[in-house]
Every structure is written in C-alpha cells, then in structure tokens.
Design a protein around this ligand. Structure first.
Ligand code: SAM
Ligand code: ZN
Length: 319
C-alpha cells in the first residue's frame, strides 16, 4: 500500500478485515472489493461536491464516448473549450505546460481530482497517477468515466481521502492542485502533506480562483449579509459552498514559503470577462472569440493582477 500512517509515516497495511491500519496507531480506513481505499471521515453522499459532480457534470459527460472525449481533450482555447471545464472556470487548459513542458513518464499526484479530464490527460501521457478526492461519489463517477472513455487505468491509483490528513511517501515529481485549495479549511496541513509527497526538486502546480476578482468577491463577501441576495441564490442552488472563500494570493504565497516551497511562477489569468461570460455563449462563435481576444489583447493587459479571476503558481520543493 502506498499510503502512510498519518501519525508515524510508516506504511499502512491491509488487515484481513479489509481495514487499513498502522500497528501502533490504529485503523484509518477500508479497502473496497475493487481495491479502492476509502479513508474514514470522508464525504459519502449528499455533500456539496456530490451534488455538484452528479447533477452538473453528469449532464456534460453522460453520453461522452472515446471519440468525444478525444475532442474534449484537444480543445484548448477558451472560446472552443468543453463546457465542463468552462463551468469550473479554469480558463487556460494545460496551463502548466508553458512552464513544465508536457509531463510524460513521471509520477503525479492529483489532489481533489473530482471529475475532470486532468487525470485522463496525465494517464494518456504515460504518467503514473495517484488521484484522490474527499468525495466518494466523485471518485466513483471518475472511475466510470475513465472506463466509458476508454482510458487505460493500469497506471492509476485512486482513493477517497482528505488532503488535510493523507500521508504519502516523497515519491512524486509533480503534485497538481487544481481549484481545490479554496475548499480546504486547513490549507497549511494540505500543503505540508503535498510538500512531503514530493521528491526533492519536485513541483506543485496550483491554480485557484482569486477572492478579489470582483464577480467572485460580490458573491463571497460577508459584508452585506444577510442582504446579499446573489450569495443566497448561489448557496441555495449549490453553485458555491456556504462560507466558500476564494484565495487571497498574498496569503497563499506566504503560506507556501513557510511550508518550504520556492515559488517559481506566479501568473495571473487574463480572462477577466471570458471566464465569466463564456458560460453563457456557444462554443466557437465569433462572439466567444471576440471576448477571448479582447481579454488577451486589452483587458488582461490593463486591469491590475489584483482583480484577476485566477492565478497560477508553480512552486518547488528544493530540498
Ligand atoms: C472545484 S472542485 C475541483 C475538482 C477538480 N480538481 C477540477 O479541477 O475539476 C473541488 C474538489 O475538491 C475536493 N475537495 C474538497 N475538499 C477536499 C479535501 N479536504 N481533500 C480532498 N479533496 C477535497 C472536492 O470534493 C471537489 O472534487
Ligand atoms: Zn503509525
């Protein structure tokens, strides 16, 4: 088993009862019949993420077969991107490749994988991937999607685990945290574990929404409670978690450094309007292209980074 005891970092073992345990520190989870490790205390169903994954993503992925999935993976520009990705809001697909090149033949840890194309993309690039998420419904759906889209799973390990608690050996070349940190209460605990899971020289890839992006701030700020009707609407319709707050990047940078990371890349996302309005436009239309073009050429250059919708960070565990 690749998981370590959260207390002593010795390898966990599977008991005859199918429980996962450390001889000195007790039991931490179970192994299901299909080999899936489910750590205790993770969400099972009816959580916010369950609703998100099942109701929304199912609409996009229910009828996707291998060919359609190929098409989804190939769409990179925001104006033509797959709807699932646009809804999550990451506006530069495979953004890390600008800095790392295409990642091939490496060991990659995907924290909070949810239901996404990233695990598939990494697998198809010949990487060994360990993906985990706190929501079991997402992990089950992700597994079903991999099968449905014909992605080989022999180099994949999946688990239901909490990023604040899971301990892994320092064997990964990359740790990917895609739009997850802002859902994690104890960010320091998650980043410390990500740091320990990396080989010396390994890199963490982070993209997160910015709290000060005006369209986010307005629905997340507590300033107008209880009269923030927009916020109430978003929470009521499971479009955001209650008390969800995007990342304050000045704080995240400090935290990364305190944990021991060396920040190598810290870039804003330029798609000020695109990341918001493209959900409302059809793919590939001239309107969609125009918004994308204006963001790249005009708004993205003049609007201060402080208000950017997302930021991208690459940080290294140098020792
Ligand atoms: C906005 S989704 C992003 C999912 C995926 N990374 C993507 O880009 O589509 C946030 C994900 O983080 C997961 N998550 C939230 N808290 C977590 C935690 N403490 N440990 C592991 N995963 C967590 C949720 O279940 C959800 O799948
Ligand atoms: Zn132990």
């Amino acid at each position: 088993m690749r998981f370590l005891c959260p207390t002593c970092r010795e390898p966990l073992n599977k008991l005859p009862s199918n429980r996962v345990a450390c001889a000195d520190h007790g039991e931490f989870g179970s192994v299901e019949e299909n080999g899936l490790v489910v750590f205790d205390g993770c969400f099972d169903e009816h959580s916010f993420f369950d609703t998100q994954a099942m109701e929304r993503l199912d609409r996009y992925y229910a009828h996707v077969g291998p060919e359609e999935f190929e098409d989804i993976l190939a769409r990179k520009e925001l104006w033509e991107m797959d709807i699932g990705n646009k809804w999550v809001g990451i506006t530069e697909k495979y953004w890390w490749e600008k800095y790392t090149g295409r990642i091939r033949g490496r060991r990659v840890l995907e924290i909070g994988c949810g239901v996404n194309y990233i695990t598939s993309y990494l697998l198809r690039s010949g990487n060994d991937v360990l993906s985990f998420d706190i929501c079991k419904a997402s992990i089950d759906y992700q597994s079903k999607l991999l099968e449905q889209t014909g992605v080989a799973r022999d180099r994949l390990t999946v688990a239901v685990a909490n990023a604040e608690q899971v301990e892994l050996p320092g064997e990964f070349d990359y740790v990917d945290i895609n739009n997850v940190l802002h859902h994690i209460y104890d960010k320091r605990a998650a980043l410390e574990r990500a740091f320990r899971a990396l080989k010396p020289g390994g890199q963490v890839l982070i993209v997160e929404p910015n709290y000060f992006y005006p369209l986010r701030w307005i629905i997340e700020t507590d300033l107008f409670d209880p009269f923030n009707f927009l916020k109430c609407y978003f929470v009521r319709n499971s479009l955001m978690e209650k008390d969800e707050k995007a990342i304050v990047f000045s704080e995240l940078r400090v935290l990364l450094q305190e944990v021991g990371f060396e920040i190598e890349v810290d870039e804003k996302d330029r798609n000020f309007f695109g990341s918001f309005v493209l959900r409302l436009l059809r793919d590939g239309t001239w309107m969609a292209r125009l918004v994308f073009w204006l963001d790249q050429k005009v708004f993205g250059r003049v609007i201060p980074r402080y208000f950017a919708p997302f930021e991208y960070i690459v940080a290294r565990r140098s020792a």
